[in-house]
Every structure is written in C-alpha cells, then in structure tokens.
Ligand binder design. Structure first.
Ligand SMILES: Nc1ncnc2c1ncn2[C@@H]1O[C@H](COP(=O)(O)OP(=O)(O)OP(=O)(O)O)[C@@H](O)[C@H]1O
Length: 354
C-alpha cells in the first residue's frame, strides 16, 4: 500500500497527488458510494443485461483530473490500492428490478434469503448446479440440489456422495455459456465463486484480461503470452480488436484526453508480484506508440525505466524483480496528439537500514 511517511520533510508531488486522490475519494465516498453487487435475481428469468449494467457501474480506472487542464496528460500510477465497492443501489436499477419482477410474475421479495429460497426450486427443477464451499476447505465446488426441505437441501457432490446442508450455504452458479464473457457484469449471478470461476476459466486459456465494468482485471500469467507487440498495438489502434486489454485501456485514456476529456490517470494496483510494473510498461508502450511517429520516445521511456529498476528493484520472496517504490509516469501530448514530454516520479515505500 502506498502511504506518505509522516516523518518525511520534503513531500514529493507524487505523495501530494496520492494524498489528494485519497482525500477526494474519502470525501466522495459518503455522497457517491459505488453501487452494490446485485443480490440474487428475484425472478426465474435471467436478469436483463441492461439491468445488471445499471447496477454495476463500477469505478472507472481512468479518472479525470480537472485541476490540470492546460496540457493533455496521461498518467500511469503504480503501487496504489484499489477502492472497495460500496452499497448504493441506483433508482434506475431498482425500477428495473421492479419491472422485471412484474414481467416474471414474481412477487416482491423482501430479503435475499427469501429470494434465494424462491429461485432454488428452479435450480432443482432444471437440474442445475450451485456453488458450495465445504467448511474445512477454502475451495468452492459445484453440487446438484436433489431436493429442498424448508431451509435445508439435499445435495449431490461431484464424487456422487449425498449430503444435507443449509440452503444458506449455497450460491447460484451461472450456466456454462456464460463462462466466456469478457465482462463480469454480463454474468447473471455475480457472486464470489462465479467471479473466481470466470477468471479461472479465462486464465486457463491464457486470457489474462477481464473487464469488470470500467475496471480492467489482469492476472499475471507468469509466462509469455502472445498478446503484446506491434501487431497488437496496431490492432487496438485501428479498433480491429476490442477484447479487454491494457492496450484498450491506454487507448481509451489517450482518446478521452484528445477528445477534450482533460487529463487522464490510469491507476494500476495489486499485491507484490501481481504484474503492476509489467502492466505499466505495456500501457506506456501503447501510449508512446500512439503519440509518436518513431520509436525514439519509447526507447527513452524504456531506458529511464531501466535506470529506475537498477536503483529501486530488489529480489523478494514474492517477486524476483520487485519495485521497492511507487511510480508516477506523466506523459504529455500536444494538441496534435504527439508526445511533447514525459517524466517519472518515484515514491520510496521502504528504507533500507545498513
Ligand atoms: N503480462 C505479463 N506477461 C508475462 N509475465 C508477466 C506479466 N506481468 C507480470 N509478469 C511476470 O511477473 C513478474 C512480476 O511482475 P511485476 O514486477 O510487474 O509485479 P509488481 O506487481 O510490479 O510487483 P512489485 O509490487 O513487487 O514491484 C515479472 O517479472 C514477470 O516475470
């Protein structure tokens, strides 16, 4: 986690920027809480995509910095922590939910438990699988409900054995055709095991990027995946590819800036070894490529990165090449969209005592 040291005498502009972002987030949190993940559907029908999207207008990873509108800039910040989802439910989603219930002929449910108890019968009738996490294991598994008796369900596990468990321990699973969705908001049931399953399914096919609304999730492949390089940069530039990708994120930031959206920030966060540094390099690669006619700027950025890593990286138990500092990369463009300058600022996260 990035935090400004209370003992530091001179504060870098990166520290100040992170502080102001944190203050702004705290200030906005109370009046503008992000919406909650949807509760389980209240109807036997699948939730319409529009409704799910209305409920899941998640945090935008590319944010507008109105205070610096003189030059066009795209900033890449690595080393921060993501914001958590809140619990606001917007009026449109609530109205849509009511409409859905009217259409599905279902009565208005008051609690998630009663909603689940109602749709569970649908799972039994159609022989659908549901998620269950055995108490001693930290792994969700798919089970089939054979019958329900009040708040209890008789389920069949994958090894064929039978068990009676509380219906409250079960969560609905999505049908297999939703395994491939590019955006988590397209899942019908958005619960922890369903999200994990979707990410795992994609990861096992070397699809490391998934969208969650406006947020891009990246899972470190820890091996070379053939989704980077000039051909892919060109494909995202020309919009012949529109799969979730860090290039697509960088492209959106660049074009929003150029279309008068003001300065943009791409915040890359995650635990040590999750791939923040590599992701920021891919973002820079794209931003340098769209903003210059030759490789000169890209080479300079690479060289600056190399020097920073030589001084600031170390081997840790989590990462052989761990950056021991946060980084703010500031790239400025002129009105024609050509890079006019770039700078790196660092924020030391730790002190080494000899
Ligand atoms: N997209 C990727 N493709 C292939 N390998 C990757 C990718 N992202 C990360 N890696 C691998 O994972 C390693 C760790 O990634 P990286 O250094 O970017 O993590 P980090 O989140 O910046 O960690 P730290 O916070 O410790 O600095 C890299 O050295 C690289 O081997």
């Amino acid at each position: 986690m990035i935090s400004a040291s209370p003992h530091s005498i001179a504060r870098s502009s990166l520290e100040e920027m992170l502080d102001s972002l944190r203050r702004r987030d705290e200030g906005e949190h109370s009046k503008d809480l992000p919406p909650a993940l949807p509760s389980r559907p209240t109807s036997k029908a699948r939730l319409p995509k529009r409704l799910i999207q209305a409920k899941l207008a998640m945090e935008h990873a590319v944010s507008y910095d109105a205070s610096r509108n003189k030059t066009h800039e795209v900033k890449c910040v690595t080393g921060g922590n993501g914001r958590k989802f809140g619990e606001k439910k917007d009026a449109a989603a609530a109205a849509g939910e009511e409409r859905l219930m009217e259409n599905g002929g279902a009565t208005l449910a008051t609690t998630p438990e009663t909603e689940w108890n109602r749709i569970i019968d649908y799972f039994v009738k159609h022989n659908l699988v549901v998620w269950w996490k055995p108490p001693q294991k930290d792994l969700w598994e798919l089970v089939k409900i054979k019958a329900t008796m009040g708040e209890e369900a008789s389920v069949m596990l994958s090894d064929g054995s039978a068990l009676t468990i509380s219906t409250g321990e079960l969560l609905p699973a999505n049908t297999e055709n939703l395994d491939v969705v590019d955006d988590l908001v397209q899942l019908c049931y958005l619960n922890e095991p369903s999200v994990l399953h979707n990410l795992k399914y994609r990861y096992s096919r070397d699809v490391i990027y998934t969208k969650a609304g406006h947020v891009l999730l990246a899972i470190n492949p820890l091996k070379e995946v053939k989704i980077y390089g000039n051909d892919f940069v060109t494909a995202y530039k020309e919009k012949t590819l529109n799969k979730p990708h860090v290039y697509a994120m960088a492209d959106a930031a660049y074009h929003d800036t150029m279309k008068g959206g003001g300065n943009q920030s791409i915040i890359i966060s995650g635990e040590s070894g999750s791939g923040k540094t590599e992701t920021s390099k891919f973002a820079m690669q794209y931003l340098a490529s769209v903003g210059s006619q030759n490789d000169k700027i890209k080479t300079k950025l690479d060289q600056a990165n190399c020097i920073l890593e030589a001084f600031g990286n170390a081997k840790t138990s989590k990462n052989l090449n761990s950056s021991r500092f946060g980084k703010l990369i500031d790239i400025s463009y002129n009105a024609e969209g050509i890079i006019s300058g770039a700078s790196f600022q660092t924020l030391l996260l730790e002190k080494v005592l000899f």
